[in-house]
Design a protein around this ligand. Structure first.
Ligand code: URA
Length: 293
């Protein structure tokens, strides 16, 4: 494969970084393919439409993207040593990952006003995972992802799919609140996302829903608009980790709008509902008979 000078430079600096960490072994994996799927229109009305989190942008300019330009689909994967190696029980594995994270000071966010680390919440054996961007003020306060206004909407979206919040797993690309809820920086995503990758490998979800542009671009390493990223399936294998379960090596990933964006532009709820219906079809879920409030 011919590499562009830009990619070569990026790879060289990435490899130097891993060498500094004492990681020397790499393996190559085949490029993953994407699948397409259909969708249907519906209304995702929500009475909890409260004020907006102004910091949440949906369509990001490429310049501002904090997406990790990861190795996915390009050249190398790196396997990092993990304390949960050999642990197949997801509950135990998540505990070990959390312990490993500790009172993390690996990036500047530890010193920029974060109250606590927001690890993730939900069923460690969930078939469905939602991944957002970063904790906001409420999440930082409570130590749980998506508990603020956007979180209320996410909870309603989950209910509209015929599930309870406790039946899914919810996490973010980064685990600490950025000051003034700014978009996470690329190096913050790079430092933090390996822990998310390990969580994903421990949980082994069938389906991951990336909420918003930062989550989608970071997970997929594709710097594209939300309208291009939505409406199809991607095959997602967590970078740098292998599951303990040989029968699981990837999840199907769908992209939808961030709930904070939907609060700002409720007309897009119809589109988000199409994305969720695509997910429901994949998981064999039926919406509850009674309308969700
Ligand atoms: N927005 C996010 O992306 N994550 C949260 O946990 C809350 C708001």
């Amino acid at each position: 494969m011919a590499l562009s000078p830009e990619l070569r430079r990026a790879l060289a600096s990435r490899l130097a970084y891993y060498r500094e960490l004492g990681i020397y072994d790499f393996y190559r994996r085949p490029i993953t393919s994407s699948l397409s799927a259909g969708s249907a229109a519906a209304d995702l009305s929500n009475p909890n439409e409260v004020a907006i989190q102004p910091e949440q942008r949906e369509e990001m300019s490429p310049r501002k993207s904090a997406a990790v330009q990861a190795d996915r689909g390009s050249v190398f994967e790196v396997l990092t040593p993990r304390s949960e190696s050999g642990v197949s029980d997801p509950i135990r594995a998540l505990k070990l990952i959390r312990e490993d994270l500790g009172d993390c000071t690996r990036c500047r966010l530890a010193k920029q006003g974060r109250k606590q680390i927001v690890f993730g919440v939900g069923d460690p054996k969930a078939e469905l995972m939602f991944i957002g961007e970063a904790p906001g003020a409420d999440e930082d306060q409570q130590g749980e992802p998506f508990v603020g206004r956007a979180g209320q909407l996410l909870t309603n979206m989950i209910k509209a799919m015929g599930l309870e919040r406790e039946q899914v797993y919810i996490a973010n690309i980064i685990k600490c609140r950025p000051p003034n809820n700014r978009t996470p920086e690329r190096d913050e995503c790079e430092t933090c996302s390996p822990f998310l990758m390990r969580q994903i490998a421990a949980i082994k979800p069938k389906v991951i829903v990336a909420l918003g542009a930062v989550a989608a671009r970071t997970l997929l390493a594709i710097n594209d608009s939300m309208s291009n990223l939505r409406g199809r399936w991607y095959e997602f294998a967590p970078t740098g980790v292998r599951s303990e379960d040989p029968s699981w090596n990837s999840a199907k990933l769908a992209v939808t709008y961030h709930p904070a964006f939907l609060l700002r532009d409720p007309r897009q709820k119809k589109e988000a509902w199409k994305d969720l219906q695509m997910v429901m079809k994949e998981l064999g879920l039926k919406p509850p008979a009674k309308a969700v409030e």
